[in-house]
Design a protein. Sequence first.
Length: 140
Amino acid sequence: MVRLTKVSAKILGYELPPCCEAIVSPYVAHRDVNEYSEPDKFNPLRWSDMRPSAYTYFPFGVGSRHCLGKQLASFELISLLARILNMYDVVMIDDQEIDWTMDITLMPKSDVAVKFVENREHWPSKGGRLHGPVADLVQI
């Protein structure tokens, strides 16, 4: 997220002149060890008691230019994921090497091949293993 300063400002000891492009990186901010313990580890339970501020966790942007659909998107994502994961295990079809790219967000460079297995059918569901640069980003 790129922002343009309107007036001079001092941030973390650095003087920014007017009309200076400043980049706010969720990727960097969301991996700050001062805010998040083990930030590179996939641990959904961390959110059960964690309440980060709007300026330390901002997947929908921050400030006056945040995403107006944040609350609707959050509700839809939680509702949809709860329904899918209640009925299915989502597993990779086979071993895959996945690279990443940076667009507006960090994302896989190519599509990940997955299948939905009824979670009552096989437990635990067998799937492929993740390899490549994406596997190096997050410890699962």
